[in-house]
Design a protein around this ligand. Sequence first.
Ligand SMILES: NC(=O)c1ccc[n+]([C@@H]2O[C@H](COP(=O)([O-])OP(=O)(O)OC[C@H]3O[C@@H](n4cnc5c(N)ncnc54)[C@H](OP(=O)(O)O)[C@@H]3O)[C@@H](O)[C@H]2O)c1
Length: 271
Amino acid sequence: MQTVTLNDGKTIPQLGFGVFKVDPAETERIVTEALEVGYRHIDTAAIYRNEEGVGRAIAASGIPREELYITTKLWNDRQDDAQAAMAESLEKLGLDYVDLYLIHWPAPSNDKYVGAWESLIELRSQGLTKSIGLANFVVPYLERILKETDVVPAVDQIELHPAHQQPATVELARKNGVAIESWGPLGQAKYPLLEYPELTGPAAAHGKTAAQVVIRWHLQNGYIVFPKTNHKARMIENFEVFDFELSDSEMAAITALEREGMVGGDPHALH
Ligand SMILES: NC(=O)c1ccc[n+]([C@@H]2O[C@H](COP(=O)([O-])OP(=O)(O)OC[C@H]3O[C@@H](n4cnc5c(N)ncnc54)[C@H](OP(=O)(O)O)[C@@H]3O)[C@@H](O)[C@H]2O)c1
């Protein structure tokens, strides 16, 4: 598996498996299937209410802990209570540490995210998480963390797909050595992305599917990506993206699909 080296020296598998909206009752089975397919990087969150299922799948897999990369996230109403929130997540996951812990949203009207970041720095020093980062920190919030604290986040996980590429946030992150994780990499299937000729054309040319072409576009841009699916056939499809390469002109045509097509939540709002 291709990895990305983060600014704290740790490595992260560039392709993983996301479990947003995976039913807690189905999570153990679905994550077990993803691990069977070969995924070793799982992206969950306290608010997904499926950390227990992820934990059960990990325990049943017998895969050595150091071969797995597990991310979870601090929910908005726990920004002043990160130590306890982290303990609850670890308990549900059945783990001693996670690989990456993120502040899920800035929730700017609460004005607690700088303090939450200081708490994550402490959690990392306690060894409860190897790396720390942010999610949905678009320019003003990422800028404030960079200005007011001493630790540069390892990642910023933002909505990112060809229709919504958030260039200003990506540029600020890259300038400061913050890796970008793309959430909603397939447009959450809400955007008719997979029907665009800019994707179906290269798919036909390479003998791949439009979904594989989008995932490849993320990888070639250096983004970390973890598409979600409930279906094993699609888990396999989404994993088979390392045996072809998009040309510069194919990449450019996909990048030109930008249309501020946000499909998820607004980072400026409270969730
Ligand atoms: N930090 C945040 O605020 C945040 C927000 C959202 C997501 N995330 C993370 O990012 C991960 C990925 O994003 P996402 O789950 O929102 O959206 P996504 O991965 O862009 O899209 C998932 C949708 O695409 C469908 N799909 C998957 N593979 C497909 C394929 N090969 N062909 C056609 N359709 C396919 C899935 O349907 P089926 O399941 O029916 O196959 C599902 O409806 C999440 O699971 C979560 O870990 C983070």
